[in-house]
Design a protein around this ligand. Structure first.
Ligand code: UDP
Length: 242
């Protein structure tokens, strides 16, 4: 299906895509490839805000499951997202794409704090702004951070690049009969607990009428294809449930 022409999007990449084929951490060669994808999308004239998760390094829930204090573990997760943001910044700047990292947890020596009007100015100057540390509070995820930044930066859509090519009615890895939705309503996603993003992120997008485009970032060139309306994706929006 063809997507409307977007002026500004928020691209959310889960931390796990930065691992490439490694079981953990950051594969710099793979991050370089992701940066090329982002650059190609930007060269179509699109304004891009970027949010990267931290699941390739640390997830608060995993730490809590092993007995850590949940809030403490979540702060570690937030720090992981800053590391990923810096890795992506480095990869983008190496290929001539100007970026700024803004973190919701202040760390002046490393990056800027989140200041919306300053982020706007960066966008005007053609920079990509990478928002790190989610919403800056424990018990949230970078999906919520992505939804929040998409709303405050007035993005036309939130593109969620992950390792699956859309939203299915069941887990496609476990159920061979699982089918992918072309479009699906926010309310159905929430009611059926479909695995798109966490509920707070979906609700924020619903309330601000920001469609979520779920696609696979693992296939080379797919971001550009999806943006051109030629890729495989699921669009979650304020539409009648499919
Ligand atoms: N996190 C948090 N608050 C936020 C964003 C992230 O506490 O606003 C922590 C949380 O522990 C989370 C981790 O950072 O598990 C990494 O983020 P996330 O799980 O969203 O990464 P992804 O799954 O996208 O790689």
């Amino acid at each position: 299906m063809s997507l409307p022409q977007f002026k500004r999007i928020l691209l959310k990449l889960s931390g796990e895509v930065l691992m490439g084929d490694q079981p953990f951490g950051i594969d710099t060669d793979y991050v370089a490839k992701l940066a090329e994808e982002v650059k190609a999308a930007k060269e179509t004239g699109l304004e891009i805000c970027l949010v990267i998760g931290g699941g390739n390094i640390f997830r608060g829930m995993a730490g809590a499951a092993k007995g850590m204090d949940r809030a403490q573990a979540d702060y570690m997760g937030m720090l992981a997202t800053v590391m990923n943001a810096l890795a992506m910044q480095s990869a983008l700047e190496k290929i001539g794409v100007e970026t700024r990292v803004q973190s919701a947890v202040q760390m002046d020596q490393v990056c800027e704090p989140v200041i919306r009007r300053r982020a706007e100015r960066h966008m005007e100057k053609g920079r990509i702004v990478i928002f790190a540390a989610g919403v800056g509070a424990p018990y949230f995820t970078t999906d919520s951070g992505a939804a929040l930044r998409a709303a405050e930066m007035r993005c036309d859509a939130l593109f969620k690049g992950t390792s699956v090519d859309g939203v299915y009615n069941a887990d496609p890895k476990k159920d061979p009969t699982a089918t992918r939705y072309e479009t699906v309503g926010f309310d159905k996603v929430l009611a059926d607990n479909l695995r798109v993003m966490d509920a707070s992120a979906v609700a924020l997008c619903r309330d601000n009428d920001i469609p979520i485009v779920v696609f696979s970032i693992r296939e080379r060139g797919n971001l550009a294809r999806v943006l051109a309306g030629e890729g495989t994706q699921t669009v979650v929006g304020n539409v009648a449930a499919a």
